[in-house]
Write a protein that binds this ligand. Structure first.
Ligand code: EPZ
Length: 421
């Protein structure tokens, strides 16, 4: 298995360009099976997850062509199977996003029960609640879920989400665009990726209003047509590089960004004493020579502090002056990286969903593992400032969601090399 060797690299300096958002491109790709005509998506990041979803889509009849770097052309003239390849499907939890469009376009979706993962059980009860309310008959066994739409297709419904789940909001929107009648989603997730998905679907001929608010209205239409779309920049990668400047006390210009998508991260870093300047080239994050101090973080659904930035931010808080707390309210088990940071001397304590970070730590290089995609990034950030060498394993997690990860860090002066076992 590949590993990353990270050396203490001093303050990172230079500029980096953010790639297209992983958590947007996946639902955008799923949307392409709703229409028969070609959809061209630009700024597609080169990620393991994109490759996996490409193979899943191909297994049900979509034609996916990479016509140039970072561009996909997806054409689904007909659905040839309503049972995606099980092995492929099980490689990535986000494959569940094809359930809504498959049910809507082909009237059936028979999928393996998605596995949980390191950060929690990650049920799909809210996805299924929406489909049931739209008329689907759903059979669930330990190994698979079989959803069948009624004769004539799904019908509109008013769906209340007990939790503003990103995936459930996306899946129900994808199921509703071709349904008979109008669907309302209440307590919907408001993440920017939901808006990006609605923008693509509306360009394909859908009629969606309210994406980005907690009430989304989808009027069903007969069919969708092809279009062009550019993926929004990845706000989580942006947050990761903001923290790279902060933790190394460096100065980085970050390009291809949407500032509004990271307001909580800007606010929290400024509370710690990091200087953030917005220029017409992008965002300059400057922590050179700054005495940085503690703060408290509480993760929340958007527009609150993003759970995906929690672990990289915790690595940073280990190095500032004073005690910080981090409360994780979105996932029930997203502190797996605490044990790894503690192997480097962070001395973090956890009580239920709150972590107490004493700070003022000179971290020591160690052998650590990436316990999820974002924790992997957190371990690399810690390795950049730890004494000695940090060896990060299980880095396939990082490859899932960060395009050209180590190249981008090396260009900023990081000493980081990938070794294949
Ligand atoms: C999306 O996951 C992202 N993934 C995650 O990013 C992100 O952390 C998460 O949203 C929250 O922002 C993609 O977009 C591909 P949820 P998703 O449904 O849709 C519970 C990363 O690192 N829940 O909003 O799975 C669930 O258990 C990844 O890029 C139910 O109870 O997140 C969790 O506690 C990690 N029932 C909470 O809601 C359901 O039916 C949030 O989950 C669905 C979810």
């Amino acid at each position: 298995m590949a590993k990353l060797l990270v050396q203490n690299s001093g303050p990172l300096k230079g500029e980096v360009t953010i790639s297209g958002a992983k958590n947007s491109v996946l639902p955008l790709m799923a949307a392409c099976i709703l229409g028969e005509e070609t959809v061209t998506i630009k700024d597609v990041p080169e990620l393991r997850d994109v490759k996996i979803l490409t193979d899943v889509l191909t297994s049900i009849g979509a034609k996916v062509d990479k016509t140039e770097a970072n561009t996909l052309e997806i054409t689904t003239e007909e659905i040839t199977s309503t049972e995606p390849d099980y092995d492929l499907f099980n490689k990535m939890r986000a494959s569940i996003l094809i359930m809504g469009p498959l049910l809507s376009r082909a009237g059936r979706a028979k999928l393996p029960m998605p596995g949980g993962c390191a950060i929690g059980a990650r049920p799909i009860d809210l996805h299924l609640k929406g489909f049931k309310q739209m008329g689907a008959e759903i059979t669930v066994t330990d190994t698979f879920i079989d959803a069948v739409a009624p004769e004539g297709g799904l019908h509109g419904a008013r769906v209340y989400l007990d939790f503003p789940s990103v995936g459930a909001t996306e899946n129900i929107i994808l199921a509703a665009v071709l349904a008979n009648g109008t669907t309302y989603i209440e307590n919907a997730a408001k993440e920017p990726e939901i808006i990006d998905l609605a923008n693509l679907l509306n360009k394909m001929g859908a009629r969606i209003k309210g994406a980005g608010t907690d009430s989304v209205k989808i009027e069903g239409v007969e069919k969708l047509h092809g279009t062009f779309h550019r993926v929004i920049p990845d706000r989580i990668e942006l947050g990761t590089f903001m923290l790279a400047a902060a933790i190394t006390r460096g100065e980085i210009l970050i390009k291809n960004i949407v500032t509004d998508h990271v307001k909580p991260v800007i606010a929290k870093l400024e509370e710690c004493g990091v200087e953030i300047e917005l220029t017409d080239e992008g965002m300059v994050v400057n922590a050179v020579g700054k005495e940085l101090t503690a703060t408290d973080i509480k993760t929340l659904p958007y527009p609150g502090f993003p759970t995906d930035i929690q672990s990289p931010f915790m690595a940073f808080l280990s190095t500032v002056d004073g005690e910080s707390t981090v409360q994780e309210t979105v996932f029930e088990n997203r502190f797996m990286h605490v044990a790894e940071l503690n192997r480097m001397g962070a001395n973090i304590k956890t009580q239920d969903r709150t972590a107490i970070i004493p700070g003022n730590k000179k971290l020591e290089g160690a052998q650590v593992i990436a316990t999820d995609l974002r924790a992997g990034a957190a371990m690399v950030l810690a390795g950049l400032v730890a004494d000695g060498t940090t060896e990060v394993s299980e880095i396939y997690h990082i490859d899932r969601g960060y395009e050209h990860f180590e190249e981008k860090f090396r260009k900023l002066g990081a000493t980081i090399i990938r070794i294949e076992d």
